[in-house]
Write a new protein. Structure first.
Length: 215
């Protein structure tokens, strides 16, 4: 089915009310399969009707059915006379001044910050639907990014999120695009290789030098 997945990028604000309503229904069905704890109204306000300066949603369909999506919201704010674009992205610990700026952004976005010493953690309500085996698998991972996230946001199972900041640059965009292309190429190559080396499953019998070979 992976070979038949197609994607398209849409601007939800360019849709008619009826099409936007249908889009919300499709997206929320996908959301509910992965997360819990967020109403349809809150989901629509956060993902589709976001107050962001720019919203784009990439839809992934297989045989006409929506199987996934990626929503990107761009907020443009002023800081010391400079314009900065804020988007979600994993980030390592940041300097105190930058963290203070990020906390101001959380207030600007209407996010409720955690009332403990956990720096950058906000209460967002999106609770991942994962069983004990999946949770144990994450806990057993040793890569630096996973270990950092689990240490910085131990309450992710309660719907808490980690506020992150990513500066945009041409070099960063090019690097990210190349990384995405490399991952896509590797997945395509692995699928092609599996098709080439998959073993023959039918019966095989060799009866003699003059008998036909049954396959």
């Amino acid at each position: 089915m992976l070979d038949s997945v197609r994607s398209e990028v849409i601007d939800p604000q360019a849709l008619s009310p009826a099409r936007r309503h249908a889009l919300i229904a499709e997206l929320y069905a996908i959301h509910e399969a992965i997360f819990r704890g967020v109403s349809r109204e809150s989901f629509a306000a956060y993902v589709v009707d976001s107050p962001a300066a720019r919203t784009r949603i990439e839809l992934f369909r297989a045989r006409g059915q929506l199987v996934g999506y990626c929503a990107v919201h761009t907020f443009v704010v002023e800081r010391e006379g400079q314009r900065e674009v804020v988007v979600p992205h994993p980030q390592r610990p940041t300097p105190t001044a930058t963290r203070a700026w990020m906390n101001q952004l959380a207030d600007h976005f209407g996010l409720e910050r955690h009332d403990s010493e956990l720096d950058g953690v906000c209460k967002v309500g999106w609770i991942t639907r994962e069983g004990p085996s999946a949770r144990a698998s994450w806990a057993a991972r040793t890569d630096a990014m996973t270990r950092y996230f689990l240490a910085a946001n131990p309450g992710y199972t309660r719907g808490e999120g980690l506020l992150t900041l990513m500066p945009l640059s041409l070099a960063g965009l090019v690097e990210g695009s190349l990384r995405h292309l490399r991952r896509s190429w590797r997945r395509s190559w692995r699928r092609s290789w599996r098709r080439r080396v998959s073993p023959h499953r039918g019966p095989t019998a060799v009866r003699g030098p003059r008998d036909p070979v049954q396959t």
